[in-house]
Ligand binder design. Sequence first.
Ligand SMILES: Nc1nc2c(ncn2[C@@H]2O[C@H](COP(=O)(O)OP(=O)(O)OP(=O)(O)O)[C@@H](O)[C@H]2O)c(=O)[nH]1
Length: 305
Amino acid sequence: MPSLFAFHRIKLLVLFLVANLGLILHLSLGAVKPLSIWDPLDVAGEGGSAILVLVWICLLLKSRPAGRVTTLLFAGLACLFFSLWMDVIDEFIQLPDSVRWDGWLESGPMPVGFVLLTLGIYHWHSEQLAINLQMRNRERLYREHREFDTLTPLGGATYLRNQIGSSIQQAEADRQPLSLVMLDMDTFNTINRDYGQAEGDRVLQVVTQLVLLNLREHDLLCRLAGDRFVIVLPNTLESQAKVMAMEVSLAIAHLAYRTTGQGERLVLSATTVAVMARQESAEGLLERLNLRMAQAKQMPLARSA
Ligand SMILES: Nc1nc2c(ncn2[C@@H]2O[C@H](COP(=O)(O)OP(=O)(O)OP(=O)(O)O)[C@@H](O)[C@H]2O)c(=O)[nH]1
């Protein structure tokens, strides 16, 4: 993927030019102050703040695609940076008393920047609501990006354990059943072996999409490890979970998956098992689910639920 910075070159160029214009204006009309009257505290405070705002700008441009939200956030931060930059320059360059505009350059862009930032954050909020919809079935109200697997991208084992823990508590409080379904691809290592790791990765991504399509609004899919996934099913009895497990298994078996290289048709299959939570810890429930999976893998004819 090309660096997102590439899309923002013009913005950075404009900021660079405007910042330098301010500096040149000061240098052309004022005189450099003697070192003895520099105030190190002011220089450190204002200079440090300006540098931090520059870091925010870089992180923003490095992580966001171009568009209205990015432009507003950038414009807001650029105004803040310019105000702080003028403040820093003021520490080193003495302008004649007749000059009045320097105060405007220092204080004017700051409120404009805050207004632009507020607008940007408002539109960011609307954008995030749309993204949340896309993330349905992938995350709950709790987000911790370090617990997300980058390939699929689903919550990993730590995220899953935390979510099972909170789902158990919620189920007990609501006096509702909670079930889990585990899904493990069959002979997945042969795909890696015969078609390469990248093809295996693609299979995992496609299977993830397919399983997500089979879930209800409040269900959660996580990747426990390798080719093993777990679905958390609130308000669900074991019998209902078994039906869902069967449906997911059938969907995978009926998927017409073709390899990216030669377009060969791969027959995919997964073993699925379901358990309902009893009065036990998240770890205990997950252990029982793993045990059920180990038993199902040993009985090839009973590989669903
Ligand atoms: N492509 C790819 N392979 C992975 C990833 N994580 C784990 N694997 C591989 O997945 C394979 C899983 O192998 P096994 O646990 O034997 O599973 P299996 O081949 O499906 O065998 P059974 O489950 O017994 O049917 C191993 O070869 C791992 O190296 C991944 O992120 N991408």
